[in-house]
Design a protein around this ligand. Structure first.
Ligand SMILES: [Zn+2]
Length: 195
C-alpha cells in the first residue's frame, strides 16, 4: 500500500494469543460491524483503517452475504437496491450507498446511518487488509520490510497481529484519518480512543 505498509510473517507466543483474544472480544462488541458487498472492497478496507469491524463479501451470492450478516450481526452496505430490499425484507439493517468514489460513498454512509439510527462507533485503526488488531512496534524490530527512506522519516510503526502487515503514518495514512474524522463530525460518532 502506497505510503502505508509492507508485509512480514511473525510468530506469536501462546500467552500473546490469549491476551489478544480477550482484547479482540471486547473490541468486536463495541465497534460498529459492517458487511459490504463485493463491489465495495476498497470502502471496506478504509472502514477497517478507520477502526470499524468491516468485512466484504468477495465470492458468493447475495444469499450467502445475507446469511453472514445475520450470523455475525453485521449491517449490510451496498449500492444495489435489489440486494438492499432483500436484506430489509429479512429484517437486516442495511445502508444503501450512492456515489462513484469512496469519498461520496462515505458521505452517503453517514447520511444513511443517521436515517437508520445507526451509531458509527470506531475503535483504534485496524489492518485494512484483514481487519486484525495493530500493535506499535519499535524501529529496531523491523527487518528490511520498510524502505530505508521511510525508516529514516518515521519513528512509529505498527504491525498487524494477524497477518503481519506493517503500517506507518505516511501521507496515505493521514488522508485516511482525515476522512475518518470527517465521518465522525458528520455523524457525531462515539470515538473509542485514538492513538
Ligand atoms: Zn492484517
Amino acid at each position: 500500500m502506497q505510503g502505508g505498509s509492507t508485509n512480514r510473517s511473525r510468530q506469536r507466543r501462546p500467552q500473546d494469543r490469549e491476551a489478544l483474544a480477550s482484547r479482540s472480544a471486547t473490541k468486536t462488541r463495541e465497534r460498529t460491524r459492517f458487511i459490504a458487498d463485493a463491489m465495495l472492497g476498497s470502502l471496506a478496507r478504509k472502514l477497517r483503517a478507520f477502526g470499524f469491524d468491516a468485512t466484504y463479501y468477495k465470492n458468493g451470492d447475495d444469499v450467502g452475504l445475507l446469511r453472514l450478516s445475520l450470523r455475525d450481526d453485521r449491517i449490510v452496505l451496498t449500492a444495489d437496491r435489489s440486494l438492499a430490499a432483500r436484506a430489509s425484507a429479512r429484517g437486516i439493517r442495511t445502508i444503501v450507498l450512492a456515489g462513484d468514489s469512496d469519498g461520496e460513498r462515505l458521505g452517503s454512509l453517514a447520511n444513511g446511518a443517521r436515517a437508520a439510527g445507526v451509531s458509527l462507533i470506531r475503535g483504534d485503526p485496524l489492518c485494512s487488509l484483514c481487519g486484525g488488531e495493530l500493535r506499535a512496534i519499535k524501529k529496531n524490530e523491523l527487518s528490511g520490510e520498510v524502505p530505508p527512506s521511510v525508516r529514516r522519516r518515521h519513528r512509529l510503526f505498527f504491525q498487524c497481529e494477524s497477518c503481519g502487515q506493517i503500517y506507518w503514518r505516511g501521507s496515505h495514512w493521514k488522508r485516511l484519518m482525515s476522512l475518518a474524522r470527517r465521518l465522525d463530525q458528520k455523524e457525531h460518532a462515539i470515538d473509542l480512543g485514538r492513538r
